[in-house]
Structure formats: structure tokens, C-alpha cells
Design a protein around this ligand. Structure first.
Ligand code: UDP
Ligand code: MG
Length: 139
């Protein structure tokens, strides 16, 4: 398994607010190489499948609604220790708890609308990357 890659989404709020460029700047400055990237729009079925692990949680319906309300930027990123380093770069799920300078501290509105996704393990990074990209879209 490839262990130096992670998967991210710049969520609909980031696209709506015009924050794609600023967030990509932070990602580049932190030393991540872009392996794959696209603007895409998740269907309800996509979001329910992507977040299936959360389907019993009280926020699930709201999460699916949010993630499908507009386009996202999906990307695979490469760097040594990518999963852990990217989680550090984005900060805590709740922006009120996110460290200064993190992407969520800077650009997230709330625990629900929190600007970006970052994979939580190497295994999930591979699964989530393959959910959005075919092998021939990865460079
Ligand atoms: N979420 C939410 N309410 C919560 C926790 C999470 O709406 O109380 C949303 C939020 O958009 C979060 C996503 O569900 O990013 C997935 O939750 P997870 O706990 O996996 O957080 P993450 O890994 O994104 O930090
Ligand atoms: Mg998660």
C-alpha cells in the first residue's frame, strides 16, 4: 500500500466563498505534491457512500445535504507522512478547536461546514482516492 499519499476535498463552502486558491496555496506551501485534482459535484448517492461510516450519526443527513449542495475540489496529495501531516495542516474538525494558522481555523465556518476533508488513515486515503479518481487520472 502507498503510505505517502492522502486524499482531500475542498468542500462546497470553500468553492462558494472563492477560497480554492487560498487553500491550495497553503497546501503547496506545506510541501504537498498534487497527484490528481478535479472540480466535481457529488450526488446524494456519492456522499452517502463516501460518508457511510457516519450513517448512524445524528449529523449524517445534514452532512450529505452540505456535501451535495455544490461542487467540490477533490485531490490526491503526496508528501512523506502525508495523512498525519495533512490532518495537522487542516486542524481539528471543529474550527473553534483548530490551531491558529490551520486551514479550518482560517476558512471553516462551523463543525459542520468545515472547509476541507482529510483522510484519517493510509487505508482510507487509498479508498477515498480511488472513489474519485481512476488510475489514469493520477500523476
Ligand atoms: N460533522 C458534523 N458534525 C459533527 C461532526 C462532524 O457535521 O459533530 C461533519 C463535518 O463536516 C466533518 C464530517 O462530518 O468534517 C466528518 O466527520 P469526522 O468526524 O470524520 O471529521 P473529520 O475527519 O472531517 O475531521
Ligand atoms: Mg473523518
Amino acid at each position: 500500500m502507498i503510505t505517502n499519499r492522502t486524499f482531500t476535498m475542498l468542500k462546497p463552502d470553500s468553492v462558494e466563498k472563492g477560497n480554492i486558491g487560498a487553500i491550495l496555496e497553503k497546501i503547496n506551501a506545506a510541501g504537498f505534491r498534487i497527484v490528481a485534482m478535479k472540480l466535481t459535484h457529488m450526488t446524494k448517492r456519492d456522499a452517502e457512500a463516501f460518508y457511510a461510516i457516519h450513517n448512524e450519526r445524528p449529523f449524517f443527513d445534514e452532512l450529505v445535504e452540505y456535501m451535495t449542495r455544490g461542487p467540490i475540489v477533490a485531490a490526491i496529495l503526496e508528501k512523506d507522512n502525508a495523512v498525519e501531516d495533512f490532518r495537522a495542516l487542516i486542524g481539528a474538525t471543529n474550527p473553534e478547536e483548530a490551531a491558529e494558522g490551520t486551514i479550518r481555523k482560517l476558512y471553516a465556518a462551523s463543525i459542520g461546514e468545515n472547509a476541507v476533508h482529510g483522510s484519517d488513515s493510509n487505508e482510507n486515503a487509498a479508498i477515498e482516492g480511488a472513489f474519485h479518481f481512476s488510475g489514469r487520472e493520477m500523476f
